[in-house]
Ligand binder design. Structure first.
Ligand SMILES: NC(=O)c1ccc[n+]([C@@H]2O[C@H](COP(=O)([O-])OP(=O)(O)OC[C@H]3O[C@@H](n4cnc5c(N)ncnc54)[C@H](O)[C@@H]3O)[C@@H](O)[C@H]2O)c1
Ligand SMILES: N[C@@H](CCC=O)C(=O)O
Length: 662
């Protein structure tokens, strides 16, 4: 059990070193095993052998158990064998660390296998666990660093032709759009062949046909495709998935790792895990001589999947997870993330997804939206992106609602205006570190990124100084330079929008730019991390989603903390993520009450980004979306249409009721 529990945590997310996150329970399992082994063996031996022989055997067994204890710790720890051997003084144990790192891959696999055997007993599936995040630490993970550099160089040197893949056929339409590297204009990494309306219609026909066989396929065969894809993605294709995300979407190695490897694999593995739980849920109550059953049908029709640019994993989740539940899907990647999405799609094909079940149809957004919404077989739109686009798709569907064979399900995860609220009891250093990470990692292009901060006057001098000191150190560069914390924003449209907000702040008396503000698109779309202070808590920069590396702070009087919480709650139309930093427990309690509907994901003394599949189901309400919670069973439930069956085990003997006799 301790093994399984330890698998549930993913290191790093809030900045903790992976090497400090193992728990005592990991040790206790190994300890008890080795001690009980040694005790029971020596006991039985002492019964049958002479005392002295038994004693010497016991001693050797104790020493053996010590070593088995040591090795078991390394082998069974599912995420990080290396955690066990953290050297108290690095120079003296550096050789040991190097050795352990060199067997790290083996340990990861072996540890996972050991735990798999434990969990598999429970539910008949291989166990589910969060994919370990690799660190790429200099001097420790040098092989991985070299591999990722090489994989990025391959992406830099090539221009991949990305076809539409319809019913298994690769179609190079010739109607192309280029995918450019955001941080280097001259790099065209892919040429995307767009589908037109006729091709999208053909993809719909093929998908509807393919679904019939796919949804009836025994569950274990469907599940195996995604489990296999997760393994392929995290082993032989890991560096490729990362490199296409790094160069294509402008992520540093760590941001790519948590996205294209860890979260994408988690969506597949946990998707299968949750689907398995759902499929096995059956009515608990049966009247006498009756058998009630539920059948989890796929949606009748097809699912249209429309992901954003900012997470490769979201493409994987939107495009693939409905198929776990037996649906067929049209996956329309966005142009600015086409290469990474295509990489994931190719993995799924190689893992055995049947032709037609997932149709890969890059196309111009409005052409795709109009065509799928016009088809009576549309069963769901699985969307993540801006609130504006989701509004548009919702209106399209609403305007045609009586033409559909079934009411299309609308799943929309949209924008945010996420907050960090500090109380005077907060730990300032912690909030500075959290804000820097949340607001500026991946250039603030996470829907969860912190974008507005509320600071009590008593903490402001220390908080502001801490932020500026960190910002001075924060390096903006190329995605495959290990010194880069930030790189360029995704494209010219984003660049213009973000720089427009900065310009607005420069022109208005409500704001003071405390740091950054420089924007340069001459070689790539670079925007320096920017911190702004406002005197108006309801001004534009406190309300609207910017989706870039800009954070705006408002300073409030310490004694007004409760009314400030009301301001946080009422300022923006969104309700995605937010963080409360305080050490005073009653303040935490009050803040959670006031902010009850302000965020779908609320964080306490933790930054507003970095949700983990299976741990913090993700999504928000208000204008942030339908809050269906990606990374949880609820999400899978949106893609099934339950049929309820009642079977009588007896014959109805008469139509008359007994009371009818006089
Ligand atoms: N809540 C979440 O979970 C979440 C996660 C990631 C991103 N986001 C949000 O996504 C936005 C950034 O992503 P983006 O810039 O790619 O969003 P976007 O709305 O511009 O595009 C999203 C997708 O919609 C497609 N699209 C555009 N017009 C369309 C139309 N008329 N019909 C059909 N499809 C159309 C695009 O091609 C793209 O694939 C931000 O607002 C961010 O907050 C939300
Ligand atoms: N799930 C991610 C955000 C996804 C949207 O961009 C997080 O929690 O940071």
């Amino acid at each position: 059990l301790s093994l399984c529990n330890s698998m549930a945590g993913r290191p790093d997310i809030n900045g903790l070193s992976a090497r400090t996150t193992f728990s005592l329970s990991d040790f206790s399992l190994s300890l008890s095993l080795s001690l009980s082994l040694s005790l029971s063996l020596s006991l039985s031996l002492s019964l049958s052998l002479s005392l002295s022989l038994s004693l010497s055997l016991s001693l050797s067994l104790v020493s053996l158990s010590f070593w088995s204890f040591f090795f078991q710790l390394v082998l069974v720890h599912p995420r990080r064998g290396t955690v066990i051997l953290k050297p108290p003084t690095p120079p003296t144990l550096s050789a040991t660390m190097a050795l352990v790192r060199s067997i790290q891959q083996t340990v990861r696999t072996t540890g996972v296998r050991a735990a798999q055997q434990v969990r598999a007993l429970g539910n008949g599936l291989p166990p589910v666990y969060n994919e370990p995040v690799w660190d790429y630490v200099k001097g420790v993970d040098d092989d991985n660093r070299a591999n990722i550099r090489e994989a990025c160089q391959v992406v830099r040197n090539e221009t991949v032709d990305i076809p539409c893949v319809i019913n298994g056929e690769e179609i190079y339409s010739g109607n192309t759009v280029d995918q450019l590297a955001p941080s280097q204009h001259e790099l065209t990494i892919a040429r995307i062949h767009h589908a037109d309306e006729a091709m999208i219609k053909r993809a719909i026909d093929g998908a509807v046909e393919a679904r019939k066989e796919w949804e009836l396929m025994p569950w274990e065969h469907r599940a195996a495709v995604f489990l296999r894809a997760a393994d392929m993605l995290t082993t032989e294709y890991r560096f490729r998935a990362l490199a296409t995300t790094m160069i294509g979407q402008g992520k540093n190695v760590y941001q790519a790792e948590i996205d294209a490897a860890a979260e994408a694999a988690d969506f597949f593995r946990f998707g299968v895990h949750y689907a398995n739980e759902i499929l096995h849920q059956q009515p608990e109550h049966h009247a006498a001589h009756v058998w009630n059953r539920l059948t989890y049908r796929a949606l009748e029709g097809f699912v249209a999947a429309v992901p954003p640019f900012n997470f490769t994993a979201i493409g994987a989740n939107l495009g693939a997870c409905p198929a776990i539940m037996g649906n067929s899907v049209l996956w329309k990647p966005t142009e600015t993330a086409a290469l990474s999405n295509f990489t994931i799609f190719q993995i799924l094909r190689e893992a055995g997804i049947p032709d037609g079940v997932i149709q890969f149809v890059p196309s111009y957004g409005p052409t795709f939206g109009d065509t799928v919404a016009a088809d009576p077989r549309l069963a769901a739109i699985n969307f993540t992106g801006s609130t504006k686009t989701f509004d548009h798709l919702t209106q399209l569907v609403a305007s045609r609602v009586s033409t559909y064979n079934t009411y299309p399900r609308l799943i929309g995860e949209c924008g945010g205006k996420n907050f960090h609220w500090l109380h005077e009891s907060a730990d300032v250093e912690d909030t500075v570190n959290g804000t820097i990470r949340s607001a500026f990692e991946y250039q603030g292009q996470k829907c969860s990124a912190c974008s507005r901060v509320y600071v009590p006057r008593s903490l402001w001098p220390e908080y502001k100084a801490g932020m500026i000191e960190a910002l001075k150190e924060l390096r903006v560069g190329q995605p495959d330079e290990f010194s880069s914390f930030m790189t360029a924003v995704i494209d010219e449209k984003s660049f213009d929008k973000i720089s427009g907000y900065i310009e607005h702040a420069r022109q208005s008396d409500d704001y003071e730019i405390l740091f950054g503000g420089e924007c340069d698109k001459s070689t790539g779309y670079f925007i320096q991390p920017t911190m702004i202070q406002t005197t108006d808590p309801k001004s534009r920069l406190m309300q609207e989603e910017i989706f870039g590396p800009v954070v705006t702070a408002y300073v409030y009087e310490d004694e007004d903390w409760e009314s400030c919480l009301q301001t946080v709650n009422e300022t923006s139309p969104y309700g995605l993520t937010g963080a409360v930093y305080a050490r005073d427990r009653s303040v935490i309690d009050t803040s959670l009450r006031v902010l009850h509907h302000a965020a779908g994901n609320i964080y306490i003394n933790a930054k507003s980004t970095g949700s983990v599949v299976g741990q913090q189901p993700f999504g928000g309400a208000r204008r942030s979306g339908t809050n269906d919670k990606a990374g949880a069973a609820n999400y899978l439930l949106r893609f099934t249409s339950i049929q309820s069956a009642k079977e009588c085990l007896y014959r109805l003997p008469d139509w008359r009721y007994e009371y009818m006799e006089d």
